[in-house]
Design a protein around this ligand. Structure first.
Ligand code: ADP
Ligand code: MG
Length: 604
């Protein structure tokens, strides 16, 4: 006798639930997506005990008639696609028709729904079995209540994290859905406490303000770029606001929140070295593309999609970020009251909802479906490679004669009038109605870094012979590597001769090395080459330039004369990025006259 049987419906639904519904946040995700697909404009979510006890999602969408309502709870029942070809043109968030059946299988479930002009229907189920059905009064739209999630799947129940952690997944998800849908009004409550509220005014910046707070919204830069295939738009933070995790970069494709490391890397690469290592921007990036050019049918719980011409998309995003940042003043402002100040456009008037903060670790959206994947180190290298070519590009720009440069390149700083020096460290300057403080060391480092990068990348730098060779000492280990990498060292214009016992004579050096720093620089270059890791291949010249710039720069607590300062300020204005040092620290901060007058109560 054969051993194979066809599984009953309840068993197959439990299997599907295992894939689709992993935690309370997955229920919220599926229900909210259904509400959006049902053209709702208002979506309310209320939880008890972070959703572990109860989740209610209600909407003012189309609702379902009695036949549809019963069918909706069956597996593979959907109104969103009908035939295979539809899979290549999906414009809804759902399409698999398995979410409701899966949720029903692992919970106590109640559905109330009503279409305009008809009577409402209520269906109550427990573990997939219909308990009762009744005609009820209900406004048009749908309300779904999910209680005691995983009551019949103990292992899944045990696998849930702490209440705070589960709640953080849900808040994170709702935040991102709200960012993706500024035209919708969302409310999220937990134990009757309002955690998220947006108003559906279709103003993305307003949603950013409700979620992240006013200060952050004020520091966002608008992006908008279209290449005919992809339209990229949204907001990204200037350099005042940075985060320690990439989770604050929200990527939305045709209204769907997705995860894609290549795109996140492209956003970060758009900043080049404006950000400190380990810091990330806060961004909301919308990608609009014809539905036939993006495949959303990848995995039910993962937030992955596949693009055609992903490379083009990535370049467009980098460009979008880069150009947006070039157009704005990135000087850190110290004004406390910027939103009241005449120097800043008031953007919001609405009452502000306190952004919800967690003590628990902020989750990654991917955690909704499965444990987070290791990031692909190759992605990182790709980005670095790109950064490198960008610099080569800027090299050709810089190589023009100074007069050409003045014409082609407009300075990113206003004309600064030097006032004096503070603590032997900061330069004071003014321009119109703004007061500036400049960290002289950071400014110098930026200037030198930009120069050194150009020199290092120039493959035909001149070098000259030293009349008196410089003696350098290395350990035996270092000497072995030096001999191995002699060709690489020579490529940078340095000729070494081994003298024995770890001693080397420097015979030739590149002519750009600053006078008086020959020994220090050559030693630093050689040591950098010796200690270079394979993974640094593309980043190497950049990080070498950073460490050399640091050596050359005037240190804090050094007094400089007026002429030197004026030269420094001129050079700083000529920089590609005068706002941060190569390590991402600010070079220049400003305070408005308005703010200062407020300190002295000349203005109230
Ligand atoms: P899918 O969203 O993939 O179609 P679901 O199991 O999530 O599958 O939902 C099944 C069907 O139930 C949907 O296709 C839709 O027609 C209907 N539905 C679910 N939720 C709602 C809702 N909130 N409002 C109106 N219709 C809904
Ligand atoms: Mg669905």
């Amino acid at each position: 006798m054969g051993k194979i049987i066809r599984l009953d419906r309840h068993t197959t639904n439990l299997i599907a639930a295992g894939e689709v519904i992993e935690r309370a946040a997955s229920v919220v995700k599926e229900l909210v997506e259904n509400s959006i697909d049902a053209a709702a404009s208002i979506i309310n979510i209320s939880l008890l005990e972070s959703g572990l006890k109860e989740i209610i999602v209600s909407d003012n969408g189309t609702g379902m008639d009695a036949t549809d309502a019963r069918l909706a709870l069956e597996p593979h029942a959907t109104s969103k696609i009908a035939k295979p070809n539809d899979l290549f043109n999906i414009s809804t968030l759902g399409f698999r028709g398995e979410a409701l059946a899966s949720i029903v299988a692992v919970s106590h479930f109640k559905l109330k729904t009503c279409v305009t002009g008809e009577k409402g229907l209520m269906i109550v189920l427990k573990g997939g079995e219909i308990i009762s059905e009744a005609v009820v009064a209900h406004p048009h739209g749908t309300e779904i209540t999910v209680r005691n999630l995983f009551y019949n799947t103990p292992a899944r129940l045990q696998n849930l994290k702490s209440e705070a952690q589960e709640l953080s997944y849900i808040v994170d998800y709702v935040n991102k859905m709200a960012l993706a849908n500024p035209q919708l009004a969302f409310k999220l409550y937990n134990n009757e406490k309002l955690l998220v509220q947006t108003y559906g005014s279709n103003d993305l910046l307003e949603v950013i303000a409700s979620i992240y707070g006013m200060d952050i919204a004020k520091n966002m830069v608008k992006i908008d770029r279209n290449d005919g295939y992809y339209h990229i738009y949204g907001y990204t933070s200037n350099i005042v606001t940075t985060r320690s995790s990439r989770n604050s970069i929200t990527i939305i494709v045709n209204g769907r929140v997705v995860r894609n490391n290549n795109i996140i890397n492209a956003v970060v690469a758009g900043y080049h070295n404006l950000l400190m290592t380990g810091r990330y921007p806060l961004s909301v990036i919308n990608i609009k593309v014809d539905t036939s050019l993006v495949d959303v049918n990848v995995h039910p719980a993962k937030l992955e999609v596949r693009f055609s011409n992903e490379e083009g998309l990535i370049n467009l995003i980098k460009e979008a970020i880069k150009t947006a940042l070039v157009e704005v003043d990135l000087t850190v402002s110290l004004d406390k009251s910027e939103n009241e100040s005449p120097y800043h456009n008031d953007i919001f008037v609405r009452e502000e909802v306190k952004p919800y903060t967690f003590t628990a670790k902020t989750p990654d959206l991917e955690d909704l479906g499965e444990d987070q994947k290791e990031e692909n180190p190759n992605d990182e290298i790709e980005v670095l490679k790109e950064t490198f070519t960008q610099q080569q590009y800027s090299f050709t720009k810089h190589d023009e004669t100074p007069s050409e440069r003045l014409e082609t390149k407009s300075s990113r700083l206003p004309r600064l009038e030097y006032i004096g020096q503070l603590f032997g460290t900061y330069l004071l300057a003014q321009s119109e109605d703004l007061f500036y403080l400049i960290d002289q060391h950071a400014a110098n480092e930026r200037i030198n870094y930009e120069k050194i990068v150009l020199h290092l990348q120039n493959s035909n730098t001149k070098h000259y012979e030293l009349l008196v060779p410089i003696k350098l000492f290395f350990t035996t280990n270092e000497a072995i590597v030096i001999n191995e990498k002699m060709a690489e060292i020579e490529k940078l214009g340095i000729k070494l001769e081994e003298f024995g016992g770890g001693t080397y004579l420097v015979r030739e050096i590149p002519d750009w090395i600053f006078r008086g720093l020959e020994k220090e620089f050559v030693e630093e270059i050689v040591l950098n080459i010796v200690n270079q890791r394979k993974s640094e291949k593309y980043q190497f010249l950049d990080s070498l330039a950073k460490s050399l710039a640091c050596k050359k720069s005037i240190k804090a607590n050094e007094f400089v004369n007026k002429q030197e300062v004026e030269y420094l300020l001129q050079e700083l204005s000529n920089c590609e990025n005068p706002f941060t040092c190569p390590h991402g620290r600010p070079v220049i901060v400003k305070v408005s006259r308005y703010e200062i007058e407020k300190w002295f109560k000349r203005i109230v």
